[in-house]
Ligand binder design. Structure first.
Ligand code: FAS
Ligand code: PHB
Length: 390
């Protein structure tokens, strides 16, 4: 079997790239080790930058996103019992974010890929990128007891942090930068109305909390928790009580509780692999980088990687030029590192660190004080939150 581009991974990165390639007439095939249902069962991001929204439109997959997504012009920072609204729209000259769950975005892309007739193979075992350092790369995988081979021109490693693509690169050829945070996020989904019309990021002595949403009837809440926390120790009642303790009184009394239908603990890390290209293999999205979700950047960074890689592949096939492919890693990493910095900064400012010194705590309080009293500081936060240009 042969195709022009094999995409390993059917998450947002792989599906968005696949849709753009298909629309450009570039033959591609998506491979995933999981089933469609498993992929759609994962609850992840919720905030889309304008660049990501534009890319979904370019992929002709944005109709439901526009119909059901919630445009947000700002969010609140809560600390010391008070709220401070960050006016994204006013501070960025009219930009905003769109609240639309990654699960729905993935579903839209999956549906459109199916309608396009492009090839996708799910529950593919032992997927392996081969000979990508040569000129005749190919991918092997197992399905129904048979090993298959797909010859191609390029391989897009869109297989996430735990995928095979980055691990297939010889150690001498890749460099990793990592920071693991000493806490995680315990998150729930519940069909209850959100506590406010916008997101609330809370810094509290008991720990960070985030009030988010998926719609006006479905809320997404997170509380910072120790890394060794056990999900079994958190029934809904305990979660709701702890959440309310970390919010200012006027929010706490407005929390509508109800049964959670999803509950999970996510560890927090910052991770970047350099470079993001290895001749015919390109790393995309979480396969190349991970950010703590505090700045809502993970999914949006995957989108900008896809934008750069699609431009390069389109140029290769359309104009017989490799300039875009040669520039991919540098362009992507330039934006990745700025988002990694922002996500680290937001995380450091809003979370309580177990061994924090009195000095560090005073610095955190000064950071929040500066941010909520300086337009220049708030503008810097806002331009990063809505997303730096692609
Ligand atoms: P993904 O991980 O989404 O997709 C990779 C795909 O590759 C998966 O479908 C997987 O099955 C497949 N795959 C893996 N190994 C394979 C192999 N060997 N062979 C074949 N297929 C393979 N970001 C935010 O902005 N906000 C959030 O709140 C947020 N919360 C998150 C919570 C969790 C628990 C996690 C893990 C991430 C979260 N993120 C969040 C980040 C997340 O949204 C990612 O940025 C986003 O999923 C990136 O998409 P992909 O790069 O497509 O990777
Ligand atoms: C979410 O809704 O899942 C979400 C929103 C904002 C963040 C992180 C997660 O910063």
């Amino acid at each position: 079997m042969r195709t022009q581009v094999v995409i390993i991974g059917s998450g947002p990165s792989g599906l968005l790239l696949g849709q753009l390639l298909t629309l450009a007439g570039i033959d591609n095939l998506v491979l995933d080790r999981a089933s469609k249902d498993h992929i759609l069962g994962r609850v992840r991001a919720g905030v889309l930058e304008e660049g990501t929204v534009r890319l979904m439109d370019e992929a002709q997959s944005g109709a439901r996103m526009h119909a059901e997504g919630l445009p947000h012009d700002g969010f609140s920072l809560a600390f010391d019992g008070r709220d401070h609204r960050i006016d994204l729209h006013g501070l960025t000259g009219g930009k905003r974010v769109l609240i639309y769950g990654q699960t729905e975005l993935t579903r839209d892309l999956m549906d459109h890929r199916e309608q396009s007739g492009a090839s996708s193979i799910y529950e593919a075992g032992n997927v392996k990128p081969n000979d990508f350092d040569g000129h005749r790369p190919y991918v092997t995988y197992e399905k129904d007891g048979v090993t298959h081979r797909i010859d191609c021109d390029f391989i897009a490693g869109c297989d996430g942090f735990h995928g095979v693509s980055r691990k297939s690169v010889p150690e001498r050829a890749i460099r990793a930068f990592e920071k693991v945070y000493p806490f995680g996020w315990l998150g729930i989904l519940a069909d209850v109305p959100p506590v406010d019309h916008e997101l609330v990021y809370a810094n509290h002595p008991r720990g960070f909390a985030l009030c988010s949403m998926r719609s006006l009837t479905r809320s997404r809440y997170y509380i910072q928790c120790p890394l060794d926390e056990k999900l079994a120790d958190w029934d809904d009642e305990r979660f709701w009580d702890e959440l309310r303790r970390r919010l200012p009184a006027h929010h706490a009394e407005r929390v509508v509780t109800g049964p959670s239908f999803e509950k999970s603990i996510a560890p927090l890390r910052s991770f970047v692999a350099e470079p993001m290209r290895f001749n015919r293999l390109f790393l995309v999205g979480d396969a190349a980088h991970i950010v703590p979700p505090t700045g809502a950047k993970g999914l949006n960074l995957a989108a900008s990687d896809v934008h750069y890689l699609f431009e390069g592949l389109h140029e290769h096939y359309q104009d017989r030029s490799n300039a875009g492919l040669d520039a991919y890693s540098g362009r992507a990493l330039g934006r990745v590192w700025k988002a990694v910095r922002f996500s680290w900064w937001m995380t450091t400012m809003l979370h309580r660190f177990p061994e924090t010194s009195d000095f560090d705590q005073k610095i955190q309080e000064a950071e929040l004080d500066y941010l909520t009293h300086s337009r220049a500081a708030a503008m810097a936060l806002a331009e990063n939150y809505v997303g730096l240009p692609f």
